[in-house]
Ligand binder design. Structure first.
Ligand SMILES: O=C(O)CCC(=O)C(=O)O
Ligand SMILES: [Fe+2]
Length: 337
């Protein structure tokens, strides 16, 4: 079978409520998408569209506030991935290429876990800053409750997807359950403003990068200047926007777990064409699902074999993520990690 070169749409309702054959059929489709392109679009996910709309509305309201007010909830340190990051303060491409210095043309606000596990676990030395307190803006007042609800909904959806992943990797469906039950995921809203001035040479909305964690759940909108992925033929292809769906991609930890059977694909967000005007403003709701900080990330038992040794040294979710967070921040460059 030739490789998929475009991102496929997969209906996961058949996994959520189907019989054994349906569930395995979904897992096979997902395995192919993760092997060939690392991205898929999911339909039939069961998330309430009204919750998505409310999340979008409160977030847009936040980004419309004056810059000085947004800076009041600024990200405090490079290793604390919470709060507001301004336009050009970050270069995600640096996660893969140390020489990439152009600031990304988006601003963002992010939170981490909204439900704290027991205190000893949350404050253990290995927990680092992964359970740092969230930094909530005062306005809009509805942002905290709405984002909290959205974060929980994404945690549940990610748990379902991780079960599909387990089946797709020929593991017990519940293999990942105890590795994600205290997940250190982040919810990040990215606002890509319309571009009144031409970007600098080489500067785009989000530079080429792969995501760092287990999987990402993206809800975006159909605007000029969108998401592209680099397929197995080395071509940048647009990810289609299908109303009512989420875009899912696997992150580096899933690639490491599967010993590169699955690909953590390079992707980027390109600029709108010159003259696109105000219509080019784009808002993405990005949920980065990350396993428990102490989850060991090492080649899965069935992903290595004769002639196929493990390609990566073992690490933990917490350590891998910390090292990626600190390499991509411009505003805080030079600050201690
Ligand atoms: O906004 C998008 O479409 C993608 C953003 C992204 O890749 C990221 O935040 O990691
Ligand atoms: Fe990304």
């Amino acid at each position: 079978m030739s490789k998929l070169l475009e991102v496929p749409v997969i209906d996961i309702a058949r996994f959520r409520s189907g019989d054994e054959d349906d569930r395995r059929a979904v897992a096979r489709e997902v395995d192919r998408a993760c092997t060939d392109i690392g991205f898929l679009i999911i339909d039939g996910h069961g998330v309430d569209p009204a919750l998505i709309e409310r999340t979008r509305a409160v977030s847009r309201e936040f980004f419309d506030l004056p810059e000085a007010e947004k800076r009041r909830v600024a990200r405090p340190r490079v290793d604390v991935s919470r709060g507001y990051t301004g336009l050009e303060d970050e270069s995600v491409a640096r996660s893969r290429d140390a020489s990439a210095t152009q600031g990304d043309l988006n601003e963002s606000l992010m939170i981490g876990p909204v439900d704290r596990p027991d205190e000893a676990y949350a404050t253990a030395p290995a927990a680092g800053q992964h359970f740092a307190a969230n930094i909530w803006p005062q306005r809009p007042a509805a942002l905290q409750p709405v984002w909290t609800e959205y974060y929980r909904a994404m945690g549940d959806l990610a748990a379902t997807i991780m079960r599909i992943f387990a089946l797709a990797l020929d593991l017990d469906e519940h293999y990942f359950d105890d590795k994600i039950d205290r997940h250190i995921s982040r919810l990040r809203l990215r606002n890509y403003p319309a571009q009144a001035e031409a970007p600098k040479p080489g500067q785009i909305r989000a530079g080429a990068h792969s995501d760092y964690g287990s999987l990402t759940i993206l809800c975006t909108e159909d605007k000029p200047g969108g998401l592209q992925v680099c397929n197995a033929a080395g071509e940048w292809v647009d990810v289609p926007i299908v109303p009512g769906t989420f875009i899912i991609n696997i992150g580096d930890l899933m690639a490491r777990w599967s010993n590169d059977r699955w690909v953590s694909t390079l992707h980027r967000v390109v600029n709108p064409p010159a003259g696109a005007g105000g219509a080019a403003r784009r808002l993405s709701i990005v949920f980065f699902h990350n396993p428990n900080y102490d989850a060991r990330i090492e080649c899965l038992p069935n992903c290595a074999g004769d002639g196929e040794p493990p390609r990566y040294p073992p690490t933990t979710s917490g350590e891998h993520l910390r090292s990626m967070f600190v390499t991509t921040q411009n505003a805080a460059a030079g600050q201690q990690a």
